[in-house]
Design a binder for this molecule. Structure first.
Ligand code: COA
Length: 254
């Protein structure tokens, strides 16, 4: 079974992360698949809207940490970059349905979706600092603008979980929906979006995204530091501790 599932119904392309046993943590292969799906959907006239969700009651636990742990210095992360670019430049509406956890890129990718609906128990987290890493996907630019510098600093410097209410109050999600009607709500929004005039919709999205160039520049700057951070002792320690399910040796953080 593929780790990313797609279904095109009534001009709505549903893209589901399908690795529930690993909380839909994203491997390089999954990023490559997602990038290809989005690139094809951008050109496909039968797709008016993309709905992004996760299987198994969970959105995504972010980057698969074992990919980073096994990575040799200089190894390419071009699949991750290809996915980021495909979503950043995707010309049609993208709606995210979020439940369970949305961690790391599982949260930062939401900043590039047009509408985001989550269940009340959803937990969000930007844990990069605790992994010896830095923000990615322009979150260091977008979050202060969305949530304010204070909240962005708290989320990015402490790296703790936060709930749906905080995510809603600070603009990460459009609305919180009861878990049992979340899917229905999201589908009804997608149906409305799919029925709108295509020319007007794509141009509305384009007009709303006025900061693409600066966002792209921030993504590139973050990536340079992110790649450097991956090779630090702090990051190696954090990855090893997670994989081996052992406490962190914070001596390595000094
Ligand atoms: N990378 C690799 N594996 C991951 C993962 C990730 N990001 N997130 C979860 N998994 C795996 C776990 O190792 C576990 O595998 P196992 O069953 O073989 O032991 C499985 O998914 C279930 O995760 P578990 O930790 O048991 O679930 P939980 O509900 O207790 O906690 C999380 C869920 C997401 C809070 C926790 O798994 C976590 O913190 N993951 C790391 C998230 C992260 O830091 N992502 C950003 C990377 S840049």
């Amino acid at each position: 079974m593929s780790l990313v599932l797609t279904q095109n119904n009534d001009r709505i392309l549903t893209v589901s992360l399908n690795r529930a046993d690993k909380k839909n943590a994203l491997t390089l292969k999954m990023y490559a698949q997602l990038a290809n799906i989005l690139k094809a959907a951008a050109e496909d006239d039968t797709v008016h809207v993309v709905l992004l969700k996760g299987e198994g009651g969970c959105f995504s636990a972010g980057n698969d940490i074992s990919v980073f742990a096994q990575r040799d210095e200089g190894d390419s992360i071009s699949d991750i970059v290809a996915f980021m670019n495909a979503l950043l430049h995707f010309p049609k509406p993208v709606v995210a349905q979020v439940e369970g956890v949305a961690v790391g890129i599982g949260t930062t990718l939401l900043l590039h979706c047009d509408m985001v609906y989550c269940a009340p128990a959803t937990q969000f987290c930007l844990p990069f600092i605790n992994l010896g890493l830095v923000p990615e996907y322009a979150s260091s630019y977008l979050l202060p603008r969305l949530a304010g510098r204070r909240k962005a600093s708290e989320w990015l410097m402490l790296g703790e979980m936060f709930g749906a209410e905080d995510a809603y109050q600070f603009g990460v999600v459009t609305a919180i929906e009861p878990a049992d009607t979340l899917g229905e709500k999201v589908m009804s929004v997608c149906k409305k979006l799919a029925s709108k005039p295509v020319f007007a919709m794509t141009h509305t999205k384009k007009l709303l995204n006025t900061e693409k160039e600066v966002i792209q520049q921030q993504i590139n700057e973050e990536l340079d530091v992110f790649l450097e951070a991956l090779n630090t002792d702090a990051a190696k320690e954090a990855f090893d501790a997670f994989i081996n399910k052992r406490p962190l040796n914070t001596e390595k953080f000094k």
